[in-house]
Design a protein around this ligand. Structure first.
Ligand SMILES: [Zn+2]
Length: 96
């Protein structure tokens, strides 16, 4: 595990503790901003049972490699994530 991943892990842990400690405040703030009523409106209007069934069916029917190819791909040598197609691996320098 590289030092950058360890630093990221520490930052994620600290952020998670801060978010969990202030959950009530965050919810009240989101309610004041109108984010929660907006999300409830979106859920009731657009995320219907039919839409959820269609999304789940697409996730099941799409092959795993197609889903992975849309998001990112991994280096065949060191297995780290490569975001640009045809670029060299940032970790090992291999061209994937
Ligand atoms: Zn690599």
């Amino acid at each position: 595990m590289s030092i950058a991943k360890r630093k990221l892990g520490v930052c994620v842990a600290i952020t998670a503790v801060l978010v969990l400690a202030n959950t009530g405040t965050i919810f009240a703030w989101l309610q004041d901003l109108g984010v929660i009523p907006f999300a409830q409106h979106i859920r009731s209007e657009y995320v219907t049972g039919t839409a959820i069934v269609v999304i789940v069916a697409l996730l099941i029917l799409l092959p795993g490699r197609a889903v992975w190819a849309i998001s990112a791909r991994r280096c065949p040598v060191c297995d780290c994530v490569m975001f640009r197609r045809g670029a060299y691996c940032a970790e090992c320098g291999s061209r994937g």
